[in-house]
Design a protein around this ligand. Structure first.
Ligand SMILES: NC(=O)c1ccc[n+]([C@@H]2O[C@H](COP(=O)([O-])OP(=O)(O)OC[C@H]3O[C@@H](n4cnc5c(N)ncnc54)[C@H](O)[C@@H]3O)[C@@H](O)[C@H]2O)c1
Length: 331
């Protein structure tokens, strides 16, 4: 198949493109490089040993999208492009709704015009809001705790409505938990523009001496060690989940939702210890009060992805830490 990957130069997109190329698909990336670098394209090609087509542009540009679909047959779209910072979305809601919602609508209109009706969408565990873990796909989503999460809920709804209106669409909504790690070669990993805000990149920054200590927000949660629990999964497992979802989505009409997580929770302190054991570097900690909006425990019920897609996240926390560190220590 020829797959259009929006946001394919970004963190999860770039790892997924490697898997798609290795599986024999042709890949077209559309990315405006807002949060990624052109080097990402060379890394994908170098690891996979295959070339791809890169279009630098904005998914909100309807004329560009029209030309892109008119100039070649696209069989399916994997839609990663968007803004993704929870904190930033609270300060800049209009930018988040504009990019994520308008961008998706422009993309879907171009797809419909070209009769391309297969799409995999990057959703997030954040749509579960204040539900109690383990999160199951059948739980009501309701309202997220921030504009970023609301854009994910709205886009899920748009895609579900689209399938009701036209059952010929093939839609998979993939709800990611907490992707970490990097390609094991050490030549590709998370490489955003600006400061990464997730736990693993901050642990790594402390290890590299860029920060004095890791701020641990909250030590009095109702968890075994009092710190927040999340479902960390290796980005390579997540990339392979997209390849499985693509196979499924291409042969099945309608809309299906899948959690992509390990099904196991790891606390902040457990991830820190895994990192220390993998790298031999001690991470100084600074205990701070809870942050607004953080829930205590978030992990997936990952049984549907196993049952329907034949996918499980196999890589261990040790591999997540080792691969992150190898990438960050590259020459
Ligand atoms: N990383 C996570 O923890 C996580 C968790 C759950 C869901 N997600 C979702 O997965 C997707 C990919 O996440 P990621 O971590 O790879 O993010 P990323 O920022 O690394 O990748 C997103 C890519 O989209 C591009 N982009 C942004 N706006 C664009 C636009 N208007 N037109 C074209 N390209 C545009 C960026 O330049 C970037 O390369 C996002 O939709 C994100 O919300 C990520």
């Amino acid at each position: 198949m020829r797959i259009l990957v929006t946001g394919g130069a970004g963190y999860i997109g770039s790892h997924t493109c490697v898997e798609l190329l290795l599986a024999g698909h042709d890949v077209v990336i559309l990315d405006n490089l807002y949060n990624s670098k052109i080097e990402s394209i060379g890394r994908i090609e170098s690891i996979s040993g295959k070339s791809l087509c890169f279009v630098r542009g904005d998914m909100r540009d309807a004329a560009l999208l029209g030309d892109l679909f008119a100039s070649q047959t696209i069989d399916a779209v994997i839609h990663f492009a968007g803004l993704k910072s929870v904190g930033e979305s609270t300060a800049q809601p209009l930018e988040y709704y504009q990019t994520n919602i308008t961008g998706t609508l422009v993309l879907l209109q171009a797809m419909r015009q070209a009769q391309c009706k297969t799409i995999i969408f990057s959703s997030s565990a954040t749509v579960y809001g204040q539900n109690t873990a383990p999160f199951v796909e059948t739980m009501p989503t309701g309202k997220a705790t921030n504009p970023y999460g609301n854009t994910k809920i709205m886009i899920e709804q748009i895609l579900q409505d689209l399938v009701v209106a036209d059952p010929a669409w093939h839609v998979s909504l993939l709800r990611y938990f907490n992707p970490v790690g990097a390609h094991p070669s050490g030549i590709m990993g998370e490489d955003p523009n600006g400061i990464p805000l997730n736990l693993m990149p901050i642990i790594s920054a402390v290890a590299k001496g860029q920060y004095e200590a890791l701020q641990v927000y909250g030590t009095d949660y109702d968890t075994p060690d009092g710190t927040c629990v999340r479902d960390y999964l290796h980005v390579m497992d997540l990339a392979q989940g997209h390849a499985k979802a693509l196979e499924y989505c291409a042969r099945t009409q309608g809309c299906e939702i899948f959690n992509l997580g390990t099904g196991n929770g790891l606390s902040v302190l457990e991830l820190v210890h895994a990192f220390e054991e993998s790298t031999g570097i001690k991470i100084p900690l600074h205990y701070a009060p809870r942050r607004d909006g953080d829930i205590a425990v978030c992990y997936a019920d990952a049984s549907k992805a196993k049952r329907v897609l034949g996918w499980i996240a196999e890589r261990t926390p040790k591999e997540m830490c080792e691969d992150t560190w190898r990438w960050l220590c590259r020459a």
